[in-house]
Design a protein around this ligand. Structure first.
Ligand SMILES: CCCCCC/C=C/CC(=O)SCCNC(=O)CCNC(=O)[C@H](O)C(C)(C)COP(=O)(O)OP(=O)(O)OC[C@H]1O[C@@H](n2cnc3c(N)ncnc32)[C@H](O)[C@@H]1OP(=O)(O)O
Length: 289
C-alpha cells in the first residue's frame, strides 16, 4: 500500500520536474536513485543509476527504476534508452542483499514482485535498450544488462560481469537462467551458472555476455553510435521482431508469477539460505580489512 502511494507521488513529482526542465531543450527527470536525461530530436534517453555506493537494487531503487521506464515507454518521442551508472566503477551490484536477509516473508514477497516487474518491463520493452556497462556487474547487475538489445562494456579488467548467484549459496531463478541461455547458449550458461562465473571483459566478450568492449572513456560515445544504428531500423518491424524473439521467455514467467514469488519467499526464508547470505555479507565486510 505504502509503496503504491510512493509510486503515485513519484510519478507526479517526476512529471512536474520533467515539465520544468523541458524549457532548456534537453529534458530530464530525476528520482533520488535514477536520473533520466532525454535529448530532443534523436529520441534517446540516458538513464543513470545512482544508488551509491554500489547501485544495489533496493526496493526503492527498483520502484524508481520501474517508474522511470514506464514514463519513458509512455513518451512516444522516446525510441531508445541508454542504461548506465553514475557510481564510479560499478554498473550495479545486483539485488540488494539487505532486502533478502533478516526480513519477513511478506517483505520477501513484496521485494520479489518488484524484481519481477522491473525485469518484465525491461525485457519486453518496445524501446531500443543499449547498456553502457561502466563498472562491475554481478548477478542482478548482469540481469539488467542482459535485458538490453546491445551491451557495450568498458575494457577494464577490474570489472566483471556474470550471474554469480551460486557463489552466494543461492540459485538463479529460471527466468534469469532462460535469459542467460538465450544470450550465451546452453552449454556456456550451464557452466557459468554452476560456477557462478564473473567474467572479466575479454572473456565476457568471447562468451557473448557482452557485444563489444571499448576503452572506459568511450563507453558512452560507443553506446550512442550503436543506438544510432538501431534507430535507423523502422520501429514497427524491429519491435515485432524483438517481441517474436522474447515473448516465450517473458510468458514463461508471466504464467507463473505467483508461484515464483512463493518459491522465492520460501527459499530465501530457509535458515540455511539466510546463513549463506550472512556469511557472504560478512565476507564483503571483511574484504575492506
Ligand atoms: C528461487 C530463489 C532465487 C533466489 C535468487 C536471488 C537472486 C539474486 C540475484 C542478486 O543480484 S544477489 C546480489 C549479488 N551481488 C553480488 O554478489 C555483489 C556483491 N558485491 C560485490 O561484489 C562488491 O561490493 C562490488 C559490487 C564488486 C563492489 O566492490 P567495492 O569494493 O567497490 O565495494 P564494497 O566495499 O564491496 O561494497 C560497498 C558496500 O556495499 C555493500 N554491498 C555490496 N554489494 C551489495 C549488494 N548486492 N547488496 C547490498 N549491499 C551490497 C557492501 O556490503 C559494502 O557495505 P558496507 O556497509 O560499506 O560494508
Amino acid at each position: 500500500m505504502a509503496l503504491a502511494a510512493a509510486r503515485r507521488l513519484l510519478l507526479h513529482a517526476g512529471s512536474r520536474l520533467g515539465r520544468r526542465e523541458a524549457v532548456d531543450g534537453a529534458r530530464r527527470f530525476a528520482n533520488k536513485r535514477v536520473l533520466v536525461e532525454t535529448e530532443g530530436p534523436a529520441g534517446v534517453a540516458v538513464m543513470k543509476l545512482r544508488n551509491p555506493p554500489v547501485n544495489s537494487l533496493s526496493l526503492e531503487c527498483l520502484t524508481e527504476f520501474t517508474i522511470s521506464l514506464e514514463k519513458l515507454e509512455n513518451d512516444k518521442s522516446i525510441r531508445g534508452v541508454i542504461l548506465t551508472s553514475e557510481c564510479p566503477g560499478i554498473f550495479s551490484a545486483g539485488l540488494d542483499l539487505l532486502e533478502m536477509y533478516g526480513r519477513n516473508p511478506a517483505h520477501y514477497a513484496e521485494y520479489w514482485k518488484n524484481v519481477q516487474e522491473l525485469w518484465l518491463r525491461l525485457y519486453t520493452s518496445n524501446m531500443i535498450l543499449v547498456s553502457a556497462i561502466n563498472g562491475a556487474s554481478p548477478a542482478g547487475g548482469c540481469l539488467l544488462a542482459l535485458c538490453c538489445d546491445y551491451r557495450v562494456m568498458a575494457d577494464n579488467p577490474k570489472y566483471t560481469i556474470g550471474l554469480n548467484e551460486s557463489l552466494l549459496g543461492i540459485v538463479a531463478p529460471f527466468w534469469f537462467k532462460d535469459m542467460y541461455v538465450n544470450t550465451i547458449g546452453h552449454r556456456e550458461a550451464e557452466r557459468a551458472l554452476q560456477l557462478g562465473t564473473l567474467f572479466p571483459p575479454a572473456e565476457a566478450l568471447k562468451v557473448g555476455v557482452v557485444d563489444e568492449l571499448v576503452p572506459e572513456d568511450k563507453v558512452h560515445s560507443k553506446a550512442r553510435s550503436v543506438m544510432a544504428k538501431w534507430l535507423a531500423i523502422p520501429d514497427h518491424s524491429r519491435q515485432l521482431t524483438k517481441n517474436m524473439m522474447r515473448k516465450a521467455t517473458a510468458d514463461n514467467l508471466i504464467k507463473q508469477r505467483e508461484a515464483d514469488i512463493q518459491n522465492f519467499t520460501s527459499f530465501i526464508s530457509k535458515d540455511s539460505i539466510q546463513k549463506s547470505l550472512h556469511m557472504y555479507l560478512e565476507k564483503l565486510k571483511q574484504k575492506k580489512g
